[in-house]
Design a protein around this ligand. Structure first.
Ligand code: DX5
Ligand code: ZN
Length: 209
């Protein structure tokens, strides 16, 4: 058993079979369900929102790791918390009010995550690292499953791990995008705590244990 949490991304699941797909997550080492919410504005695609989360909430006790790829996440924190999200991660690039959004998520009793795109350096996070529970490092540009991991992004994981040690902080480091059997080793060696996998998990080829 690995020490890391595996969070399969529903984006690559068969949406007509969400019940079975969630069982697949439970039966294949999944420790959380990663749910990608896209709004057609922050990223071009549109996926699903609160009503879908509310209806799949009853299917599992696994934590819901909700990754908001939406503009103005501050407008939606309450409704995603209400729908059953346990961990709410928004993009640093999507709001001028990252600190306030973290506070709003904490007020709802949920874990607060902050995601950064490949073009965003770790250094912009210095003011919020002490209050975030999760930092999600995107290793592809957000918006689509099945892309190739950008190796230089993995270096951000090591930077975040070093910073956490030096400053006595507690956030978990999550990696999202292009994780497969070839890239998993480098992602884990860099110090990732939460590994998101979409296409490789759902095509049944991910070798986890
Ligand atoms: C991409 C999403 C990812 C995606 C990962 O914007 O945030 O969670 O599902 O898919 P793979 O593992 O196929 O790159
Ligand atoms: Zn994601």
């Amino acid at each position: 058993m690995k020490n890391q949490v595996l969070a399969p991304s529903l984006l690559s699941a068969d949406f007509a079979e969400l019940g079975n797909e969630i069982k697949k997550i439970e039966n294949n080492n999944g420790g959380a369900v990663h749910i990608d919410v896209m709004d057609g504005s922050f990223v071009p695609e549109i996926t699903y929102g609160e009503p879908v989360i509310r209806s799949i909430r009853k299917l599992t006790k696994l934590p819901f790791d909700v990754h908001l790829m939406i503009d103005k996440p501050e407008l939606h924190v309450d409704s995603f918390a209400q729908a059953g999200a346990d961990w709410i991660t928004f993009h640093f690039e999507s709001t001028a009010h990252a600190h306030r959004v973290i506070q709003m998520i904490h007020e709802k009793g949920k874990k607060a995550g902050v995601a950064i795109c490949p073009g965003t350096p770790v250094s912009v996070l210095s003011e919020i690292l002490p209050c975030a529970d999760i930092i999600l490092v995107m290793t592809v540009n957000p918006g689509w499953g099945g892309q190739k991991l950008i190796p230089s992004c993995v270096e951000k994981v090591a930077q975040l791990k070093k910073y956490r040690e030096e400053h006595g902080l507690n956030y978990m480091i999550s990696v999202d995008g292009g994780v497969n059997n070839e890239t998993l080793g480098s992602v884990i060696n860099a110090g990732t705590d939460i590994v998101v996998s979409g296409s490789c998990f759902f095509n049944g080829s991910l070798k986890w244990s």
